[in-house]
Design a protein around this ligand. Structure first.
Ligand SMILES: Cc1cc2nc3c(=O)[nH]c(=O)nc-3n(C[C@H](O)[C@H](O)[C@H](O)COP(=O)(O)OP(=O)(O)OC[C@H]3O[C@@H](n4cnc5c(N)ncnc54)[C@H](O)[C@@H]3O)c2cc1C
Ligand SMILES: *[C@@H]1O[C@H](CO)[C@@H](O)[C@H](O)[C@H]1NC(C)=O
Ligand SMILES: *[C@@H]1O[C@H](CO)[C@@H](O)[C@H](O)[C@H]1NC(C)=O
Ligand SMILES: *[C@@H]1O[C@H](CO)[C@@H](O)[C@H](O)[C@H]1NC(C)=O
Ligand SMILES: *[C@@H]1O[C@H](CO)[C@@H](O)[C@H](O)[C@H]1NC(C)=O
Length: 610
């Protein structure tokens, strides 16, 4: 990755802290490299030979405030940190099935695009350095987790006779963060059965993590059955009843076991390249070239200038252009380089030291959305991937369309709607898109085009640097109106005018609109042929005609009369009856949504006394 400092203007104190930690770890690692592995193996010798294989997955790639890691350090005297580059996730051959778009001739979306793969590589490298600087190490392998653990378990020395009475009758335990959806659960099951073949009593212990509020602290039933399916009542209950915990320290005890099999030592140094992960030269090239139009150059150990933007967050967070409008923390939160509790604690610190107002609260408010997504998935499981989400299929009479040409136009940023196109081109060029943009392009695909929204989820999964299974799929499911909550039907033209008044954002990504004046920049279809010539933007030639008619609500996709999720409904259960009496919010407008933005009262968050 080339480094471009000019665009790296960044946020406030939080990242300075984080980066200091990262940098310190990296520096220490450099000093210790080479020595670390052998010193470690000498350092530990305790009676118990109980060993934990600590399985780092996604969303937990850190030492600070990592509950599963704390659990590992308390469970056994020694610990082998492990990370697997799953060979059914990375590389050019791992794609989502294209059955959702049977007419398109592409091969389906990459499960993990090369940019995110690089971000993971950098994060893993960073994690390894942090571990090394504390006298530990990180075992890295490329393969299916079950195969990787098979190798580890097979290579493990036989249980010495004296130790057969090891706690719980097993020598090896595996600990990982608890995830709540299919692929993640399947992987745990596969690993568990591998472990049990050798140590029948052993168990994969899954520990909750990665949310700001603890699962156990929530004021809901253990299975979350009575957790509200819409955000506002969820937020009210949680803020009223819960406190955000203090970030956990880096565990002190993380030593490698004395008898770490020498056959495996190579894995303590190994880190695959993008090529070894299965990416093509062209894809690798993509990662290496940074699009200068991007808001930021996202790198794991970037050097931020600390800009004091937190106090203005509420006023700017709906922006789309430039580095300052929102935190841009999402990639680090998604991969777990930093924990949300840590960010919340830093916000509180900022409030104490600087200023406290709606803006400083609002970052924590957004993080609560992130929590909501994981808890929603915990409650509903794989329904977040179903075409009709958590609603009843019968609630929606019209099947989703799978018209390949529409999907392709959306993916390529050629829908003829500048706001949609600019955002999609930004995503493909950089791996990032603002929240405002995501809301609009998702609504456009699912509602205006009536296209199977899961194709949009797949596309985001492939391209987003900050892809997170819960945040992505729950937000998509909601954007398509498939969570039983209020459906926000976005009027793209109106959104464009509200949030990109002067067209700066769309011109930034759509050079073909460079000369089009403000009056037409969001609705180029309103130009006469003469104007098109004058502004050097001929529709159908330089820039597409809109692929669906603008302004007029499409009767086929207008669900206002279908009794689907009007406004906020409390605790609308997945299996509960659809509420036919509710009307959608003002037809084809974002009135409700804007109203909501202006009137939303800041809540408050409380942090536990440490
Ligand atoms: C269709 C769709 C798909 C999305 N997919 C993802 C995804 O895969 N990964 C992801 O991290 N976010 C996703 N989001 C949420 C949100 O758009 C991004 O988190 C945000 O734009 C990232 O920019 P930021 O860090 O500057 O956010 P800020 O506005 O600065 O917010 C701070 C943090 O709060 C969290 N957050 C903010 N909004 C949301 C939200 N609506 N849902 C969940 N968390 C939120 C993020 O962790 C974010 O980093 C999606 C939103 C939509 C509408
Ligand atoms: C042993 O079992 C107890 C109770 O089931 C559990 O709390 C503990 O974590 C287990 N320890 C190991 C090393 O598996
Ligand atoms: C971001 O904010 C900082 C501090 O307010 C400012 O110096 C910088 O110019 C801003 N960057 C952009 C691109 O607006
Ligand atoms: C928060 O405080 C800062 C500094 O006083 C101010 O500039 C900003 O407008 C305030 N924001 C809100 C939402 O009150
Ligand atoms: C969408 O907004 C535009 C611009 O504000 C307006 O002219 C148009 O009538 C709206 N369309 C619908 C369907 O409400």
């Amino acid at each position: 990755m080339s480094s471009s400092r000019s665009k790296q203007s960044f946020w406030f104190l939080i990242f300075v802290h984080t980066v200091l930690i990262l940098t310190f770890a990296a520096g220490a690692a450099t000093a210790m490299r080479g020595a670390s592995v052998s010193t470690v193996t000498k350092a530990t010798s305790r009676a118990s030979s109980q060993v934990v294989l600590h399985w780092f997955r996604h969303g937990d790639l850190r030492l600070l405030d990592n509950p599963a890691l704390i659990h590992s350090s308390k469970t056994a005297e020694s610990c082998v940190p492990v990370f697997c580059f799953d060979d059914s996730v990375y590389g050019n051959d791992n794609r989502t099935p294209d059955t959702r778009a049977p007419h398109s001739n592409d091969r389906g979306q990459l499960k993990c695009g090369p940019r995110r793969a690089q971000f993971v590589l950098d994060s893993v490298q960073d994690l390894r350095r942090s571990l090394q600087s504390r006298g530990s190490a990180l075992y890295v392998a490329h393969g299916k987790p079950a195969q990787v653990f098979q190798r580890l378990v097979d290579a493990w020395p036989a249980v010495p006779a004296a130790d057969t009475a090891a706690p719980n009758g097993s020598l090896l335990t595996i600990v990982c963060q608890r995830e709540v959806v299919r692929e993640e659960n399947d992987a745990v099951r596969a690993v568990q059965s591998v472990l049990r073949r050798r140590f029948p009593q052993a168990k994969v212990q899954q520990i909750w993590g990665s949310t700001m509020y603890e699962l156990d602290d929530l004021p809901f039933a253990t299975d979350l059955a009575n957790m509200p399916d819409t955000f506002t009542p969820f937020r009210n209950k949680v803020e009223k009843n819960c406190q955000i915990g203090t970030p956990l320290p880096v565990p002190k005890q993380l030593s490698l076991p004395e008898n770490f099999p020498s056959a495996l030592k190579q894995g303590l140094e190994y880190l695959p390249t993008l090529k070894e992960l299965g990416y093509t030269d062209a894809q690798i090239q993509q990662v290496e070239t940074h699009d200068e139009r991007g808001v930021l150059h996202f790198m794991v150990a970037k050097q931020p200038d600390s800009h004091d933007c937190l106090k203005d967050y509420f006023e700017t967070r709906n922006g789309m252009l430039g580095p300052n409008y929102s935190t841009k923390f999402s990639p680090w939160l998604a991969h777990g380089n930093v924990s949300p509790r840590y960010v919340a604690a830093q916000c509180r610190k900022y409030e104490e030291e600087r200023v406290e107002n709606k803006s400083t609260y609002w970052v924590v408010f957004e993080l609560l959305w992130r929590d909501f997504c994981k808890f929603f998935a915990t409650k509903h499981g794989d329904a977040i991937f179903y075409p009709y989400g958590t609603t009843e299929r019968t609630d929606r009479h019209k099947p989703w369309s799978t018209f390949g040409r529409n999907l392709q136009a959306w993916q390529e940023g050629r829908t003829g709607y500048p706001l949609v196109d600019a955002n999609m081109r930004e995503l493909v060029a950089t791996g990032f898109m603002s929240n405002r943009g995501r809301q609009n392009v998702a609504s456009f695909l699912a509602i205006n085009l009536n296209h199977d929204w899961r194709c949009g989820g797949d596309f985001f999964e492939s391209h987003l640097l900050d892809y997170d299974v819960y945040s992505n799929w729950v937000n998509w499911c909601a954007a398509a109106g498939m969570t039983g909550g209020r459906l926000n039907r976005f009027n793209i033209s109106k959104q464009s005018k509200d949030y990109d008044q002067h067209g700066d954002y769309v011109r930034h990504w759509l050079p073909e609109l460079a000369k089009v004046p403000n009056e037409f920049v969001h609705e180029p279809w309103k130009m006469t042929s003469f104007q098109q010539m004058e502004y050097e933007c001929k529709l159908g030639v330089d820039y597409p005609n809109p692929i669906v008619p603008p302004s007029r609500p499409n009767p086929h996709t207008d669900r206002n009369n279908r009794g689907r999720g009007g406004h906020q409904s409390k605790g609308n259960n997945r299996h509960g009856p659809p509420d036919k009496s509710r009307k959608a919010n003002a037809s084809g407008s974002n009135r409700h949504q804007k109203y909501e933005m202006k009137s939303l009262q800041p809540g408050s968050f409380r942090v536990k006394e440490s």
